[in-house]
Write a protein that binds this ligand. Structure first.
Ligand code: GH3
Ligand code: MG
Ligand code: MG
Ligand code: MG
Length: 327
């Protein structure tokens, strides 16, 4: 049995040595109305080390695709009922299908079919009668390219996550907070709509660390972050770690009364966690102080005004004895 590729896979050369190499053979969906062609392709591809599923019609191809998630589709252009072009067009509308390469099988020297194949989204084509050497190379290259593409996408997602999410609490980091706030500030200015900011700081957290140790402090911060995240509902709301034990919630299109309602919710939910805090002056459990600010942005003003206002409110909440919220 021949190997699918003689060159090392990306996962083999780039990942650390402990990562197991993916061993499953790629699945190819062969769609052709001609039984002899299907059998021949099936045999050749199997010999190359691929798994194969078959379809004899365009609509059957779509059905099989949905259930098997192939790495490549080998698609005959000429089929009765639903031809390869129509099938390919429909495929493009399936979510996630944009990275599944389609290798179209067209009639030899048929310029119009070749043009149409690319128009409907095929990645490449081969002509009938099929040259097996060409087939093998096109299949290998397309599958390798799409695997590389997927790995690149995953790496990108990971980088994006690392760049925007706080690693301890899994809420947005300060950088995303800054970017999001100035973007939403400008958007609200255009919409003549208010924006609110909640700043939420854990009370006597230095004492908490001193009493229970830093790892417990970390666990406490995680629980607080999760509780705050669970208290906001709208997709446009953003929870961020603003500083060490301080969290921020950006609430676009939200007036003070709405923000106060959410802040009140956050505060009672955190109290309800009943995380013991023996060295807090205000409660036997972990509590937070909250400052809220709400403004109507204008194109001349800057988002820092909102932060400053929320900060002043938080300062007053601390000064008034903590475990309270000030608007
Ligand atoms: P206050 O009620 O006035 O807010 O008092 P506080 O003790 O909470 O405030 P202070 O600013 O004095 O202390 C904040 C503490 O938060 C000190 C710092 O060690 C701790 N802290 C900051 N980031 C982390 C973290 O990632 N993990 C842990 N465990 N502690 C942290
Ligand atoms: Mg045909
Ligand atoms: Mg604090
Ligand atoms: Mg603080």
């Amino acid at each position: 049995q021949r190997a699918v590729s003689k060159k090392p896979m990306v996962s083999e050369i780039s990942a650390d040595r402990c990562t197991p190499i993916q061993q499953t053979s790629p699945l190819i969906l062969v769609a052709d109305d001609d039984k002899i062609t299907r059998l021949m392709l099936h045999k050749v591809l199997k010999r190359e080390g691929y798994s194969v599923v078959e379809a004899s019609q365009g609509d059957e191809c779509l059905e099989v695709y949905k259930h098997t998630q192939p790495s490549l589709i080998l698609l005959d252009a000429m089929m009765p009922v639903m031809d390869g072009f129509e099938c390919c067009t429909t495929l493009q509308s399936f979510p996630g299908s944009e990275h599944i390469p389609v290798l179209m099988i067209t009639a030899l020297d048929d310029q119009a079919s070749v043009d149409r194949a690319f128009e409907v989204g095929a990645s490449d084509y081969i002509t009938k009668p099929i040259n097996l050497a060409v087939l093998r190379q096109r299949v290998r290259i397309l599958i390798e390219k799409s695997r590389l593409y997927r790995e690149l996408e995953q790496a990108n997602q990971k980088l994006l996550h690392l760049a925007t999410i706080d690693s301890l609490t899994q809420v947005s980091n300060r950088r995303s907070f800054d970017e999001y706030l100035s973007r939403e500030w400008q958007r609200m200015a255009r919409e003549f709509s208010p924006i609110s900011l909640i700043l939420c700081d854990v009370d006597f957290f230095k004492n908490y660390n001193d009493t229970y140790g830093h790892p417990c402090g970390d666990a406490c911060l995680k629980a607080v972050a999760r509780t705050i995240s669970e208290s906001v509902k709208r997709p446009a709301d953003l929870v961020a770690r603003y500083g060490g034990e301080e969290f921020a919630v950006i609430l676009p299109n939200t007036e003070g009364i709405g923000a106060a309602h959410i802040a009140h919710n956050i505060q009672s939910k955190i109290r309800a966690l009943k995380i013991p805090h023996a060295n807090s002056d205000v409660s036997e459990y972990v509590t937070v102080s909250i400052g809220i600010a709400s403004l109507f942005p204008t194109s001349e003003s800057i988002a820092d005004t909102l932060i400053a206002a929320a900060d002043r409110a938080l300062y007053r909440a601390k000064a008034q004895g903590r475990n309270c919220l000030i608007f």
